[in-house]
Design a protein around this ligand. Structure first.
Ligand SMILES: [Zn+2]
Length: 359
């Protein structure tokens, strides 16, 4: 295992804090989670990581060593809270993402039977909390330790089944709100424990995408619960979480900023220059190199070209900018492309950023 050669003047933690508080920093941070790649390079089977806090921590630390990742991360992600509440998640041994095979809430009456899941006892939540504690002890003074949770709308969909839940919005709105309230409370129970460890929080709410629901439904069903989650996270951790929603979110950017999120993580279908003008004076922006077309199918030169394009558009965002992908990193993206993205941040993101001098 060789560490990528690079020299930074700040620790990842100092850099991120500086970017988000408007203080001077050495270069644009790069946020990407190549844990699957790091597992492969260190000989850990990705499947084992699902069930072992030690393996999760080992792979995250390897990811920091090999790629220089600027935050270590583990968490319930999209399925974890729903799983702890009773949905069944399948973990394929092949290179596929986990998926839900059975939903906890088949009929309305099931909701009343579910208690708020104890984060130290249910599903894989104790594994994430234990791994976060290990990571905090090992690198917490220099590297941000973060946990990722789904937004309440996505948790509700994973308790109920997406299609059924989207039908509930029209047919049984009172029940839909009760379900969302339950999803929020269950997520907060986990967040409270994670906050005690001292970690930061990332939120992804892919089912609340305007590719799936109208902006009106977003405002009615996703926005209130996201806003409450975020204000509680601020109270518990002292900092505003990032918020990722897939697809073309332009119509809800102001709502997304109104939730109180500190960073908007935007999909590759949107134009960062447009986002900068529209919400850049309210939140930091994160994105948006294409995960499939570029990171998976492209060459390192393509990754660098697109990273430069993102930097050119957003490096001077008033509330800060973080170079990243538009969505999750595909498991099969070449390792060289992952290195290329980090190198682009180190080379072209160095302050003062000067796009004129690049060509
Ligand atoms: Zn996404």
């Amino acid at each position: 295992m060789t560490r990528t050669s690079y020299s930074d003047e700040m620790t990842p933690k100092e850099r991120m804090e500086a970017v988000l508080s408007g203080k001077p920093f050495d270069r644009i941070p790069c946020s990407i989670n190549p844990s699957y790649h790091a597992a492969k390079l260190t000989g850990v089977k990705h499947w084992e990581c699902y069930f072992s806090a030690e393996k999760i921590a080992e792979v995250q630390l390897a990811s920091h060593q090999i790629f220089g990742v600027e935050a270590v991360i583990t968490g319930p992600g999209l399925h974890g809270i729903a799983e702890a509440a009773g949905s069944t998640v399948v973990y394929p041994k092949e290179e596929n993402s986990p998926y839900i095979s059975e939903f906890a809430i088949q009929e309305e009456g099931d909701l009343g039977r579910l208690g708020i899941p104890n984060p130290w006892a249910k599903g894989r939540l104790p594994i994430h909390l234990t791994a976060l504690q290990i990571l905090m002890d090992r690198v917490g003074t220099e590297v941000p330790v973060t946990t990722n949770v789904a937004g309440p709308f996505t948790v509700a969909a994973n308790l109920r089944g997406t299609e059924t839940f989207l039908r509930d919005l029209y047919q049984t709105p009172v029940f839909a709100h009760r379900l969302l309230r339950y999803a929020l409370e269950s997520t907060l129970a986990y967040v409270q424990e994670a906050a005690k460890i001292g970690v930061k929080i990332n939120i992804a709410d892919p089912t609340a995408s305007t590719s799936l629901i109208s902006p009106r439904h977003f405002y009615e069903y996703a926005f209130p619960y996201l806003s409450e989650l975020i204000s509680q996270i601020k109270r518990l951790t002292g900092s505003a979480p990032s918020l990722h929603i897939c697809g073309n979110t332009k119509k809800i950017w102001q709502h997304m900023a109104d939730t109180g999120a500190g960073i908007l993580s935007l999909d590759d279908t949107i134009d960062l220059a447009d986002a900068k003008v529209t919400v850049g004076n309210r939140t930091a922006l994160l994105g948006n190199v294409k995960p499939t077309a570029t990171m998976f199918l492209g060459k390192p030169a393509d990754v660098v070209r697109e990273a430069k394009e993102c930097l050119r558009k957003a490096y001077d965002n008033p509330k800060g900018y973080i170079l990243a992908l538009g969505c999750g990193l595909p498991m099969k993206a070449p390792v060289e492309n992952v290195h290329a993205l980090f190198q682009a941040a180190r080379k072209f993101g160095r302050y003062p950023v000067n796009p004129e001098s690049w060509n």
